[in-house]
Design a protein around this ligand. Structure first.
Ligand SMILES: Cc1ncc(COP(=O)(O)O)c(C=O)c1O
Length: 357
């Protein structure tokens, strides 16, 4: 029987957030937006349905142009993908092979390990400090085999982030034949003048790539749309390895419309801030430690694996889906995405019921 490369069998397949099989569930397990897709994106998709027989624009020309204007960057330095997962996978496919190492922090996003192994490489983790990536630990873990360093900024599932100076220090400490990938999937939620998603450095650098997604604040996770911003030589490589039509026409049209739906984004951001703070206060009042999160989810410490498992199961029995974080090396923690105020009230009162049972 034919076999795949050995590292493929070492991959634990990614398990997405559970959502049950009924329609009346509360899904707080995948950090999706609470308000559905942006109304302008829904309208655009409806209008585009009759053109589904036409292949998409393989270069995502209009979408890249709009992203360039919105982020004050060059369209030539952008490549779009089927989610930022695809950009992560393409980077590993292109730059990593047998014997190469890919470095990221201890509780970093799971797709870094999966894409590294899929490419035949070896994932290496650096310890975190206070559930935050440590620049010193990352730099200490760099070897002559390191090809890519990933940092999710903010990180999923810790919600923590590195400030601008720290990311700058990380980049300054890396040789320029190592790629620094700044995964900015949650950048829109960050409210700190000392934070940067890194776009400002990309076009002057040889080795910084920023990845972004439409799955979080833009509420389009089901469409699979993401993008990368990188130096010309990296974009050239990604354009060589990606599929010719890797982003569907519907995804391009919806993404373009979502970018112009400012009311939706403003509402989602304001809700996230208020609701996350209110939920943190309630959970802390119930005795939990809630780690500070700059994104659209909370990481809740339960102090014991059994307790985390039991709370997850108790909520699941009521069709409320949250996520136990064993897969990220945090088995005593739960990650709860910020849903609507009503969903959060129901979820928190179910946790309260469990504690007081
Ligand atoms: C840190 C991080 N990066 C990337 C992704 C992937 O997002 P996408 O839906 O664009 O593939 C996620 C999704 O949860 C994430 O948390």
């Amino acid at each position: 029987m034919i076999k795949a490369r050995p590292s493929i069998y070492d991959i634990s397949p990614y398990i997405g957030g559970e959502s049950g099989d009924q329609s009346n569930v509360i899904k707080l397990s995948s950090n999706e937006g609470p308000f559905g897709p942006p109304p302008k994106a829904i309208e655009a998709v409806k209008n585009a349905a009759s053109d589904l027989h036409i292949y998409p624009d393989g270069g995502c020309t209009q979408l890249r142009a709009a992203l360039a204007i919105k982020n004050n960057i060059s369209a030539d330095n952008i490549v779009c993908g089927a989610g930022s997962d695809e950009i992560i996978a393409l980077l590993c496919q292109a730059y990593v092979g047998e014997g190469d190492e890919v470095l990221y922090s201890q509780h970093g996003f799971l797709m870094y390990a999966i894409s590294t192994k899929a490419a035949g490489g070896t994932p290496v983790t650096a310890p975190e400090e206070n559930l935050t990536a440590s620049v010193d630990a990352l730099l200490a873990a760099v070897t002559s085999k390191t090809k890519i360093v990933f940092i999710a900024n903010p990180n999923n599932p810790t919600g923590s982030y590195l400030k601008r100076d720290e990311v700058k220090r990380l980049h300054a400490g890396l040789p320029d034949d190592i790629l620094l990938v700044i995964d900015a999937a949650y950048t829109e939620y960050v409210d700190d003048v000392d934070y940067t998603d890194g776009h400002e450095w990309v076009e002057q650098s040889n080795n910084i790539i920023v990845t972004r997604t439409f799955s979080k604040i833009y509420g389009l996770g089901g469409l699979r749309l993401g993008w990368g911003h990188g130096p010309a030589h990296v974009i050239d490589v990604l354009n060589r390895v990606r599929g010719p039509f890797n982003v569907s026409s519907i995804a391009q049209i919806a993404g373009l419309a979502a970018l112009s739906d400012d009311d939706f984004i403003t509402r989602a951001l304001s809700h996230n801030k208020i609701c996350a703070a209110a939920c943190t206060t309630k959970l802390e009042g119930m005795g939990f430690t809630v780690y500070p999160s700059a994104a659209n989810f909370l990481l809740v410490e339960c102090d014991a694996v059994d307790k985390a498992d039991a709370i997850c199961a108790a909520l699941k029995s009521r069709n409320i889906f949250i996520r136990q974080m064993g897969g990220y090396g945090l088995p005593t923690c739960l990650r709860i995405s910020i849903g609507t105020t009503e969903q959060m009230d129901i979820a928190i009162s179910a946790i309260n019921d469990y504690i007081n049972a």
